[in-house]
Ligand binder design. Structure first.
Ligand code: DX5
Ligand code: ZN
Length: 219
């Protein structure tokens, strides 16, 4: 059964031809459009903001998986709902009142995601896992595409899967950063449900084929 979702990260797309790349994802085996928002404060890089996301949303036909790498994300929950985000992920490290933030995301009709930096233990989610729709495990330090995969992510994925089973939660596990055809299968074996891939897809010769291959490998 083919259940693993593939979410190409538009951070690695050709920004001069964004519509073309969004349409490529529309017409591919991908499941979600992954959209990385960086504020230059939470992470040492600035990606793109509301006007660009609006343009993406106008052309995208698949769910918008918005990954906020910003401080104080509560300020913008409503804005992202209005832009058409379907899944909105905030960073654990950026939220003082994570429970409140998650409730606010759900209140706006979106799925609530929580992203963890590589050093953040999955055990910190023990008391909130049942409220979270998606946990995004960062397998690189957030801020840039094209970095190499951190190997500790396998054991972290397994530990998160154990926690989800122990708590009888329905949370999905997303892996973000350095995903390629070489680690996809092992990640799914460890418990991953969604694989984000930026450079591996967009820097390849035939992105549509790469997405198809990744989906097939992931199973
Ligand atoms: C990193 C972003 C990722 C990034 C993944 O901060 O959250 O989504 O675009 O890019 P690759 O697949 O190139 O590591
Ligand atoms: Zn991301």
């Amino acid at each position: 059964m083919n259940t693993t979702k593939i979410a190409p990260s538009l951070l690695a797309a050709d920004f001069g031809n964004l519509q073309k790349d969004v349409e490529m994802v529309n017409n591919s085996a991908a499941d979600w459009h992954h959209i990385d928002v960086m504020d230059g404060v939470f992470v040492p890089n600035i990606s793109y903001g509301m006007p660009v996301i609006k343009a993406i949303a106008e052309h995208a036909t698949k769910p918008l998986d918005v990954h906020l790498m910003i401080v104080d994300p509560d300020r913008y929950i409503k804005h992202f709902a209005e832009l058409g985000a379907n899944i909105l992920s905030v960073h654990y490290e950026a939220c003082t009142h994570l429970h409140r933030t998650i409730q606010a995301i759900k209140k706006e009709g979106m799925k609530a995601g929580v992203a963890l930096n590589p050093h953040t233990s999955v055990q910190l989610l023990e008391n909130i896992i049942n409220d979270i729709d998606v946990v995004c495990l960062m397998s690189v330090n957030p801020g840039f595409g094209g970095q190499s995969f951190i190997e500790n992510t396998y054991s972290k994925t397994k530990a998160l899967k154990d926690l989800i089973l122990k708590k009888k939660a329905k949370t999905l596990i997303e892996i973000d950063g350095g995903v390629t055809a070489l680690n996809a299968q092992a990640l799914v074996g460890a418990g991953a449900n969604i694989l984000v891939a930026g450079s591996f897809v967009f820097k390849s010769e035939n992105p549509t084929q790469t997405i198809y291959d990744l989906k097939k490998i992931a199973g």
